[in-house]
Each structure stands twice: as C-alpha cells, then as structure tokens.
Design a protein around this ligand. Sequence first.
Ligand code: PLP
Length: 435
Amino acid sequence: NTPLAEADPEVAQIIEHEKYRQFAELELIASENFTSQAVMEANGSALTNKYSEGLPGARYYGGNEYVDQLERLCQERALAAFKLSDKEWGVNVQPYSGSTANFAALTALLKPFDRLMGLDLPSGGHLTHGYQTDKKKISSSSIYFQSMPYRVDMETGIIDYDRLEENAQLFRPQLLICGASAYPRDWDYERMRKIADNHSAYLLCDMAHISGLVAAGEQESPFKFCDIVTTTTHKTLRGPRAGLIFYRKREGEDKKESLEARVNQAVFPSCQGGPHNNTIAGIAVALKQANTPEFVAYAKQVRANTQALAKRLTGYGYRLSSGGSENHLILWDLKPLGLTGSKIEKICELVNITLNKNSVCGDKSAVTPGGVRIGTAALTSRGFKEADFERIGELLHRTVEISSEVQKECGSKLLKDFIAAAAKSGKIAVLQKEV
Ligand code: PLP
C-alpha cells in the first residue's frame, strides 16, 4: 500500500502538474467540468478491482453483493435526478462513455444499414450521431448504419426543422437523433417527435451537454417526447467520465421485445464487457448531488454566466451563432474578423485560457472551423459569477484584438507562422500575466 508519490513519482508528478494546470488556467471548454472530491474518491476506490458482467441479481461472477447494491442505488438516483417514475422509465448505468452509450443505443434500436438522421457535426452534432463527410464515413454510426444528417439554417444558426421534415420524407429514417455538442439553443422535441412519428421512427435524445441543466429544470426535458435518452455524466452533470442510457417502458409490452431488454443486451454483451463499478459509484454520488437545491442554483448560475459573457461579447460587436445562447455555451463566429478557430484556440492557450475551435454556421467544413466554442459550466463550479464572466469577455476581446494585430504583422496565413509571431509578441506576455 505504498502511496502513489512513492510508488511512481513520475506519474504522481504529471498528475500534480495537470491539477495545477486545471486550476491555474481559465477553463472554458464546454464539455468539461470540475467534479467533486467525493466523486473522485468513489472513482478511485476498491470497486475498480471487481468484475461483475451482467445486471444486479444476474451476474456472471461471484462476490457481487455490494456491487449489486451500488448499481441499484445508482439506477434509483438516475431516475430521481430526472424526476422519472420507474413505471415509465428504466436506466442502464454501465456505459463506459457517451460514445459507447450511443453506439449501444443504436445497436438496441436498429439493424445494420438501417437509416438514421442526426445533427451534422459542422452544425454542432456529435460524431456518434451518424457523422460522415462527402468523401468518407467517419463514425461507426455512419459505417454500420445509413446516415443522412440534418443541419442548422446558415443564416440563423437555428436547426432547420422544415428542411429536416422534407428530407425525412425522402430518407424515411428509422431513427431520429436530437442533441448536440455545440448548439447554443434548446430543442423543439415536440416537433422532432412529430417528424419521427411520420415515419414510425424512434426518437433518441443525446442530452450529454445539457443533462445537468435538464436535471435542474433549466432546459426542456426530452423525456416527455423521446423513446431513449442518452447522456454523458461528466459535462454539466458534473460526475465522472461515463454514460447512461434511459429507456421508456410501456405498459403490457412483451418483455423480450421491450426497449429495456434490447438496451441491456446491447450494452452487455453486444458492445461492452464488465461494468466499471468504481465509475458507477462516482455516477451515483454525482446524481445525489445533482438532486439538491444547491445544484439547481448552480445550473441557474451557469445560464446567467453564459448570458453575461454573451452580452459582453455582442456588446463589442462580435457575432455569436444564433445570436446568443439558452444554455451553457456560446459559439463565437470569428470569420468576420478574418481569424480562424484554430488561431484563437492556440493564442488563448498561450495566455492560459482553455477553449476549443469549433465550426460555426456558414463554415464549409469541420476541418477549418471558423469559430470557437466557449462553455461556462467548469468555471461556474469554481464559483465564478456574472461579473467574472464579463471580465473574461474583456480578456477574450483583448486576445482577439492582439491576434488581429499579430495576423497583420506576420503576413502569413500559416498557423505555425502565426503562433511563432504571437509567442514573440510582448502584448501576449502582458495578457498572460493578467489571466
Ligand atoms: N454525445 C455528445 C453530445 C457529446 O458532446 C459527447 C462528447 O463530447 C459524446 C456524446 C461522447 O462522450 P464521450 O467522450 O464520453 O465518449
């Protein structure tokens, strides 16, 4: 039982450095958060030693008395956090991540080469929602199934539901996916349900990004309209890195054909092996925390902070996709400034602001994104309020101003020349100190 620092000082030091980096920098990546000490303790516990293929009460290994208790508790808490009755909904808490949760859900709902429609990646969708380019099928969700993506309107940045409805008439999907990685607006689930019903298709919501806000009642709940709801547990929900799959139960259904049976079979044995019980413990802790008034206050603050940042940036005259935000993230369109998302991501890194390049509406491809995605969930966990986010808006404004100057001086279009010129700029050093 030698402590890590003694057993492996190299790894211990890397972890310390990463911890310092996380707290020294301004963390604005929309998919990240700072989970609690309690979640991390559960995640680093003795539960990591245990194999438990199967479900509570029906395992392929012995010694699962406590693991069964844990998994049942996690399931109960997952339903409670989203105010669901166990008569209408069930949940599988074993997915290792959001991507595996999604692939298991597709495996449960579709046969190979069935047709699905999800939001296109350059429009803010996730890889696992059927992503492919004109030249290549990128994700297993487009390799093993046929995919026809829908998109946002290039002018407004809002999902073009009319076009989606028209294309669905041609493509006749068996599955419609809502949910996104970079979409600043809430969803019209009722409209999506109607479109799905026109084709007797399933409706799946991947609420990964917004699940903490949904739990707190700060975004529409997809549970009213969807058959399956998947989520990651580590974004706004603030748990460990993992996934959940909720499935609808129907009265009088044939148990063997039920979504419950199909989802459970798809997770194990179709897509995964033994569950990561340490992670399930971390999820259980996070779900308990998410079902408290403090968490509701947190989620409200996340949205208020996003509003404050959006207002400050639009106050400087900058363009945000869809004109603003209703959730925890904004998409900042840098094309009017002649800058790219890659350049601003890199220059932000130089001044200790962490965010990521992202496609914004009007981009031709996801490879050269014209903007950046900025999220408020992580810094809100560290107690940042509206005034702090206004200050972040100011710092971002100055970063962009300096970037424009560097761009002019450097004269080259290449990212590496731009970064080299930025690294030499005295203004960057000054800004770095302020951050
Ligand atoms: N679904 C959405 C909407 C996401 O944004 C992400 C990750 O960013 C995922 C799924 C995949 O989650 P993971 O990285 O845990 O596989």
